[in-house]
Design a binder for this molecule. Structure first.
Ligand code: PGA
Length: 253
């Protein structure tokens, strides 16, 4: 079901103590916030239990997600985390295919398809990331790139399965660079994504899909980005590490 979501991707940041302070701070501020969205925090996996315990104490004001998952079910894959493990800890979301995973860990669309499959089997909602590099945009290839990422990783799923997905459009040139896509660029791509989903699964599924924007989204530009008809919220990196900024973004609808 389509809804407004603001999700924080902490990436590989915070010590245990810092994570505890940040989660407590976010929850405290959310208690008095009037946010019109679901708020999700994706801390490093070693802090998932901590975050989830805190969220439980606050009547689930916050949903918790992981940043990555293995494409394998279980077994001899040292260092990996299975979707069934995340499910056994009641994780609601998991980011899949973040551009940093694609770039530094060579994750392919084929591998991402398996990760999404594992998550869906375990009733965890994937936040599937897609987005073009700067040279691809400059060569006017951005629609094609995003279409290929989505088609190759996701379009073999049934409409029922697809309805559990959240899509995050994150132009790679905007991630961590302070260079946000303009509201018009975000809207244009989000509308395009919704259109290809409609072509494959029909208008109802497309209309029900939550599509987030990510890439230097902050407390100053969130309102303008979220005001677009096809932008249903954001996947927030840097600004999610500051409780004030993150909650201000969640209040930007
Ligand atoms: P950023 O990161 O907000 O720091 O640009 C976004 C992301 O990587 O999800």
């Amino acid at each position: 079901m389509r809804k407004n979501i603001v999700a924080g991707n902490w990436k590989m940041n915070t010590t245990f103590q810092e994570a505890e302070e940040l989660i407590a701070d976010i929850l405290e501020k959310l208690e008095t916030a009037e946010n019109q969205c679901e708020v999700v925090v994706c801390p490093p996996s070693v802090y998932l239990e901590l975050a989830s315990d805190y969220a439980n104490d606050y009547d689930n004001l916050l949903s918790i997600g992981a940043q990555n998952v293995s494409e394998h079910e279980k077994g001899a894959y040292t260092g990996e985390i299975a979707a069934s493990m995340l499910a056994s800890m009641n994780m609601q979301y998991c980011i899949v295919g973040h551009s940093e995973r694609r770039k530094y860990f060579n994750e392919s669309n084929e591998q991402l398809a398996l990760k999404v499959e594992r998550l869906l089997e375990n009733a965890i909602r994937p936040i599937f990331c897609c987005g073009e590099q700067l040279d691809e945009r400059e060569a006017d290839q951005h629609f094609k790139v995003v279409e290929t990422q989505i088609k190759e990783a996701l379009f073999h799923f049934s409409a029922d399965e697809f309805s559990n997905l959240v899509i995050a459009y994150e132009p790679v040139w905007a991630i961590g660079t302070g260079k946000t896509a303009t509201a018009a660029q975000a809207q244009e791509m989000h509308a395009f994504i919704r259109r290809i989903i409609a072509e494959k699964y029909g208008d109802k599924t497309a209309g029900d899909t939550t599509i987030l924007y990510g890439g230097s989204c902050n407390a100053g530009n969130a309102k303008e980005l979220f005001a677009n008809p096809d932008v249903d919220g954001g996947l927030i990196g840097g600004a999610s590490l500051k409780a004030n900024d993150f909650v201000a973004i969640a209040n930007s609808f």
